[in-house]
Design a protein around this ligand. Structure first.
Ligand SMILES: [Zn+2]
Length: 116
């Protein structure tokens, strides 16, 4: 049996998109919601991965790094897509095999990044 396990996080960060023709070119902030999904076989302990393990990696490697920061200091063009791609790399570098990332910029706008 295989399963997908997801844990949600949130952080506050600023960004601006200098090339953007609209209001996104101006410096502004978002309350980002982040969902990290790990997929795999359910092991003998009945788990794919411990929720606490996801929390440990994502808080240390993503949330603590981005919270109350300017995302342009880390990513050249911090669109939701490219922030999600950076999150994917950071979480995998932390030792988890990511199956999907969802990043919400606002309560009604999000990006879903898929493997491949
Ligand atoms: Zn924005």
């Amino acid at each position: 049996m295989r399963a997908r396990v997801t844990r949600a996080f949130s952080f506050e960060a600023a960004h601006h998109l200098p090339w953007h023709p609209g209001r996104c070119r101006r410096l502004h902030g978002h309350h980002y919601r982040l969902e990290v999904t790990v997929e795999g076989p359910v092991g003998p302990d009945g788990m794919v991965v411990d929720f606490d393990r996801i929390k440990q990696v994502v808080e240390r490697d993503v949330v603590d790094r981005f919270d109350h920061r300017l995302l342009n200091d880390f990513i050249d063009n911090p669109t939701a897509e490219l922030v999600a791609a950076e999150v994917w790399k950071m979480v995998e570098a932390g030792g988890l095999t990511v199956a999907g990332i969802r990043l919400w910029e606002t309560p009604d706008s999000w990006v879903e990044l898929l493997p491949g």
